[in-house]
Design a protein around this ligand. Structure first.
Ligand code: EPZ
Length: 426
């Protein structure tokens, strides 16, 4: 296995280009199952998770071809509809094939994803929604066996919690259903808007994009897609926070500031100067007479979009360990998303966790010291990278396969910003 070595304490300067969004690429790949033919997905990031998803699609008989950042998926000849445990257990988002397989074939057998480091990650809303559309779901041997005779039947579905992949799965299930489906209390993340644009471009009739009420008028069939994946807002936020934590100045390009309303306000609240254009965000600290860098502090409460994203909670916590005061971070989405805290403690952070709350007492900009730490999940590991970049001395992060799931060309992009970072064999 590989580890990441960081010689910290160097401000980051310059530009970094954002890749396509992992959490849009996965549902958009699943949606190609809805229509036979050659589909083209542009701005496709090359990540461990997208490569795993391609393997899952090939397992159904899909043919794939990548040319630069364009992925072609040919879904003409699909020979079976089972997603095996050994593929699904490594990537929960595999559950996204359930909806499109049901819509196209009326049957699917998908392994239950199982939990992960950040929580139990149930899929009861996905199952509930399919059953509302007339599907019979049997849970046995760790698999969901879903079947229906004839097309799915439109209905009203209410989400107790606005589930992102739950909304995506049921959108894809409903586009070929008989009649109209209404999703109430649906999630509104930008990745769902990207999926809606793709599906409508394939001939679907979906209304209510970017709202919590989606109306889907079923159609008879769809045509192959040719569409672009939106920039990754979580990668964008990760680099903005990394530049800020190191006391640097930089510009994130090929991004969409409109997808980060909450984070940009929080970064301004701690004293940063943020300048936006349609596709770039510049970040830096104001000049101070005493030349010192003082990071303010602000409380965070993670919420469904457009609230503060849970996927940027760990990264912001790393920034707050360098602030000059105390803040409270309230993680309301997942039950175990503070795995990064024990590792940040090893670098000198002062953080107290009590259930869904973490109280961070900043130690000032020199408060963190490099140390060997271990990545536990995708976003926790990016929090350790940020802490290592800001800390003085050397940080070694093990199990970096977590990082490679969601950050394309991380070492090259950080090196391009002036960081001293490289990989070594463990
Ligand atoms: C998506 O996961 C993202 N993954 C996650 O990003 C992200 O953290 C999450 O949304 C929240 O924004 C992808 O898009 C591939 P949810 P998802 O269903 O859809 C509960 C990353 O780092 N729930 O919106 O699985 C659930 O336990 C990943 O890129 C049920 O109870 O999340 C959670 O508490 C991590 N039953 C809440 O709802 C269900 O059937 C929100 O989960 C579904 C969800």
């Amino acid at each position: 296995m590989e580890k990441l070595i960081i010689e910290g304490g160097k401000p980051l300067y310059g530009e970094v280009k954002i890749s396509g969004a992992k959490n849009a690429a996965l549902p958009l790949m699943a949606a190609t199952l809805l229509a036979p033919g050659r589909h083209f997905l542009r701005n496709m990031p090359n990540l461990r998770d997208t490569r795993t998803f391609v393997r899952l699609m090939e397992n159904f008989g899909v043919k794939s071809e990548r040319t630069g950042d364009v992925l072609m998926l040919d879904t003409t000849h699909l020979d079976h509809t089972e997603a095996p445990y050994d593929l699904v257990k490594t990537m929960r988002a595999s559950v996204l094939v359930l909806g499109p397989l049901m819509a196209r074939f009326g049957r699917a057998k998908v392994s239950l994803p199982g939990g992960c480091a950040i929580g139990a990650r149930p899929i009861n809303f996905h199952i509930m929604g399919l059953e509302r559309l007339g599907v019979t779901c049997t849970l046995e041997g760790g698999y969901v066996d879903a079947r229906i005779d004839g097309p799915l039947r439109g209905n009203v579905i209410y989400f107790d919690v606005p589930s992102v992949t739950g909304t995506e799965n049921l959108l894809m299930a409903a586009v070929l259903a008989e009649g109209t489906t209404v999703l109430k209390n649906a999630a509104r993340e930008p990745e769902i808007g990207n999926l809606i644009d793709m599906l409508n471009g394939m001939g679907a009739r979906i209304e209510g994009k970017d709202t919590d009420r989606l109306t889907i008028h079923g159609v008879k069939n769809l045509i192959p897609a040719d569409c672009s994946i939106i920039p990754d807002r979580i990668e964008t936020g990760t680099y903005l926070i990394a530049i800020a934590a190191t006391g640097g100045t930089g510009t994130v390009t090929n991004c969409n500031p409109a997808h980060l309303p909450s984070l940009l306000e929080k970064l301004r609240a701690v004293g940063l100067i943020i300048t936006e254009t349609e596709t770039t965000i510049a970040v830096g600290w104001p000049e101070r007479a005493d030349k010192r860098r003082v990071i303010g502090n602000v409380d965070i409460k993670t919420m469904p979009y457009p609230g503060y994203p849970t996927d940027l909670q760990a990264q912001f916590m790393a920034l707050m360990t360098l602030s000059s005061d105390t803040c409270v971070i309230n993680e309301t989405i997942f039950e175990n998303r503070f795995m990064h805290v024990a590792e940040l403690h090893r670098m000198g952070a002062r953080i107290r966790v009590d259930g869904h709350f973490a109280v961070v007492t900043g130690g000032g900009i020199d408060g963190m010291k490099g140390a060997p730490v271990m990545a536990t999940d995708l976003r926790a590991s990016s929090s350790l990278v940020i802490a290592g970049l800001a800390a003085s001395g050397r940080t070694e992060i093990s199990r970096i396969y977590h990082l490679e799931r969601g950050y394309e060309d991380l070492v090259d992009k950080l090196t391009g910003l002036g960081a001293k970072v490289w990989k070594e064999q463990e």
